[in-house]
Design a protein around this ligand. Structure first.
Ligand code: ADP
Ligand code: MG
Length: 335
């Protein structure tokens, strides 16, 4: 059970969430920090900082300190965690002074990358830091019986990484982590619009296009939207009409990479567990699970049932929080 000063943190490339016992998910904010480049002061974190991406004057930069699921800028990550833990403690009423923390790490992270995550959480004020593999957290958060001897298959499509894992009896039986996920789809869209229309669009516009008219590789009724960017020839603002078929083409290759990672993981499944997968299927979590049509497309491709986690954007955070109950079995890395 969680005591007041035990919290779970999902430090994601796109979003950081804090789970506390009495509030559940107490905080969910984009992993973005706005910094004054002259004074190095943190001006805003989370939603407020994300609003600033690509819109700030020269001396303010909005930074995403995590990339591909791991820390790209250590000091900024620490600052962000500090602010986020402060905010969460106010909301949820846990004592910010030295909480014990469970934090997840991507299953593909190196030991150095893992260590950086632990150190950043500790520098932000944690007493003990426990780590849990992200797909295990996602599975626990989605309510799967991870400590039973059955195959639980999780596909978590986040901002930076897609994690695919087969979990049975509390451990990972097979896993693949690839650095192709939501951010890559956004980049694909930016590249496409640049190449096809000679128009530059920002990250936030690309993300909006993906959410509104992005489709997995399925037949669907075409949707059109109007977007704005900067004409690369004239340098002036320009309006472009986009439709969902062209965006589907633009993100196709990345979606096929994700499919490939799922196939590769399923191929490594021990024969004794294969039957479970046919019966129980695969669970999708992470924000990428919300892409239009992805559930149907994947189930067609891998020919097993594909289910959506009850709350895809919160599964990992809920799992880290619940994992506190299993804390004795997690590697204790604090000193
Ligand atoms: P992380 O764990 O890496 O922080 P999340 O699980 O929070 O990532 O998912 C964030 C990703 O999900 C982003 O790339 C975001 O654009 C994407 N996403 C969120 N909602 C949708 C949606 N409705 N359709 C497609 N992608 C979405
Ligand atoms: Mg995540």
């Amino acid at each position: 059970m969680l005591s007041q000063s035990e919290i779970g943190i999902d430090l994601g490339t796109a979003n950081t969430l804090v789970y506390s016992k009495n509030k559940g998910v107490a905080l969910n904010e984009p992993s973005v920090v706005a910094i004054d480049t002259e004074t190095k002061k943190v001006l805003a974190v989370g939603k407020d900082a994300k609003e600033m991406i690509g819109k700030t004057p020269g001396k303010i930069v909005a930074i995403r300190p995590l990339k591909d699921g791991v820390i790209a800028d250590f000091d900024v990550t620490t600052d962000m965690l500090l602010q986020i833990m402060k905010k969460a403690s106010k909301k949820a009423g846990f004592t910010i002074r030295k909480p014990n923390v469970v934090v997840c790490t991507p299953s593909g992270a190196t030991s150095v990358e893992r260590r950086a995550i632990i150190d950043a959480v500790r520098n932000a004020g944690a007493k003990k830091v426990h780590v849990i593999e992200e797909p295990v957290a996602a599975a626990i958060g989605a309510g799967l019986p991870v400590d039973e001897p059955v195959a639980n298959v999780v596909v978590d499509i986040g901002g930076g990484t897609t994690e695919v894992a087969i979990i049975s009896y509390g451990g990972i039986v097979a896993a693949h982590s690839i650095r192709v996920a939501g951010d890559r789809l956004d980049e694909d869209i930016i590249q496409y619009v640049r190449k096809e229309y000679n128009v530059l669009i920002g990250e936030r516009t690309a993300e909006r296009i993906k959410m509104e008219i992005g489709y997995a590789l399925l037949d669907h009724e075409r949707i059109d939207i109007e977007i704005r960017g900067r004409d690369l020839v004239t340098g002036l603002p320009k309006t472009v009409n986009l439709h969902s078929y062209e965006i589907q083409e633009a993100i196709k290759e990345s979606l096929l990479h994700i499919l490939e990672a799922i196939r590769a993981t399923l191929e490594e499944c021990p024969a004794e567990l294969s039957g479970d997968i046919v019966d129980r299927g695969v669970i999708l979590s992470g924000g990428g699970a919300l892409l239009n049509g992805i559930q149907d497309w994947l189930s067609e491709e891998i020919v097993v049932p594909v289910h959506l986690a009850p709350n895809p954007l919160e599964s990992v955070a809920i799992g880290t929080g619940k994992a506190l109950a299993y804390i004795d079995r997690l590697p204790l890395l604090a000193r």
